[in-house]
Design a protein around this ligand. Structure first.
Ligand code: FAD
Length: 380
């Protein structure tokens, strides 16, 4: 990885930024999604032979960051092309790749991702959504039962990639497995959660009540366990970092513009160091997190899953914190206007917290670094 971004990456950044500016903060999700898909931006990471751009996470994270920086973040990008597209491209059957990847790449098909459960929360090892094999005389395939919570975009996506568990016939222990569940599958119930968050993607509680799926709904190997899951979770962390950095840049830009023009005494408020320094600090935090995000994306694209794991967690932590700080300081910089609808920053206070909580919380990343990087003992 070069410290200096390649010409192609800079061109991509500029083109996506221009698209973002054309849509802006009042964007219509469907229009932007379809335009970004047609331009090849949503599938820039997916293999060329299935309609993608043949690039990697480095490119996809640029797309999400630039759209966010223009005020139109697409949270579904974290899920549909990044997690689901990656998992299917890496572990799906030829039929699954042909069925899903071209649509995920051009945006005409989308997929949500459901792992979080009400009783497991941050501890994904405790998930209990269970898949059992149906008897051949009963039609074969799988039967899923369980509950999920906070799953984004289930109403607008064609299917959800559900993380369930199958029982190991030998040991009886449960192994994580991934299943494609169509939106209208019988027994797949969703109810929207009443969030304070103002976002174009809604969050849902899901109930899987004897959901019957064909044998080919299983993505990847039944026995591969965590390996396949982590192939999707590292992209999720890198893309959440991109989401956070885009939002942080958007808020910072608004605040800097305001600080340059708003005059209360003899000079613009940006001349006061109490206003300027926290904005400079926010800029520094964003730049540092961005460098880490690029490192994580490049390690992942180079096939170094283990190296990418640590870097993706650090990038997600740093970007989440940078985003929360930048939004907080932006609101403060605008004084009363920071809380008006006209300036649209107050709603970002809730939105920026998503980057600290999901898909893995700040504390769970600190736990990961304590244990994995520093070798410290676990408290739980
Ligand atoms: C807007 C939004 C969109 C989401 N979209 C999706 C989605 O599409 N798909 C999906 O599957 N999930 C999604 N999630 C869920 C998200 O990944 C979870 O909210 C997150 O993993 C935290 O789980 P939890 O909410 O159950 O918190 P909990 O696990 O209950 O944790 C609560 C608090 O306790 C802390 N905590 C827990 N355990 C420890 C520990 N061992 N040490 C220190 N602190 C600890 C946490 O850091 C957190 O601050 C979304 C969430 C939000 C808010």
């Amino acid at each position: 990885m070069s410290i200096v971004e390649s010409r192609e990456s800079r061109d991509l950044r500029a083109a996506v930024a221009a698209l973002g500016r054309r849509h802006g903060p009042g964007f219509d999700r469907d229009t932007l999604w379809s335009e970004a898909g047609k331009l090849g931006y949503l599938g820039v990471n997916l293999p060329e032979e299935y309609g993608g751009g043949g690039g990697g996470l480095a490119e996809l994270s640029i797309v999400l960051e630039e759209l966010g920086a223009a005020g139109c973040p697409l949270l579904l990008m974290v899920v549909s092309p990044a997690i689901c597209g990656t998992v299917i491209a890496r572990f799906g059957t030829e039929e699954q790749k042909r069925a899903w990847l071209p649509g995920l790449a051009d945006g005409s098909r989308t997929m949500a991702f459901g792992i979080t459960e009400p009783d497991a929360g941050s501890n994904s090892h405790r998930i209990t959504t269970t898949a059992r094999k149906a008897a051949d005389e009963d039609g074969g395939g799988w039967i899923l039962n369980g509950r999920k919570v906070f799953v984004s975009g289930v109403d607008i996506t064609d299917a959800t990639l559900i993380v369930g568990r199958t029982e190991d016939a030998r040991t009886g222990s449960l192994k994580p497995c991934l299943f494609i569940v169509p939106r209208d599958a019988q027994g797949f119930h969703r109810s929207q959660i009443d969030m304070e968050l103002q976002a174009v993607e809604k969050q849902f509680e899901l109930v899987l009540d004897d959901v019957r799926l064909p044998a080919d709904a299983l993505v990847g190997d039944e026995d591969a366990g965590l390996l396949q899951l982590f192939a999707g979770l590292n992209p999720e962390r890198v893309m959440t970092a991109a989401f956070a950095l885009g939002m942080g840049r958007y808020a910072l830009d608004k605040a800097v513009d305001y600080a340059k023009t708003r005059q209360v005494w003899q000079q613009p408020i940006g001349a006061h160091q109490a206003i300027a320094h926290p904005l400079a600090q926010a800029y520094i935090e964003i730049e540092l997190a961005r460098l880490m995000m690029r490192k994580a994306a490049h390690l992942y694209d180079a096939g170094d899953d283990a190296g990418a794991g640590e870097a993706a967690n650090i990038a997600k932590y740093a970007a989440g914190e940078a985003c929360v700080h930048a939004v907080d300081q932006a609101v403060h910089t605008l004084g009363g206007n920071g809380l008006t609808r006209e300036y649209g920053l107050a709603s970002l206070i809730a939105a920026s917290r998503v980057a600290r909580i999901a898909p893995v919380s700040r504390e769970m990343i600190l736990n990961y670094v304590s244990h994995q990087s520093l070798g410290l003992p676990k408290s739980y």
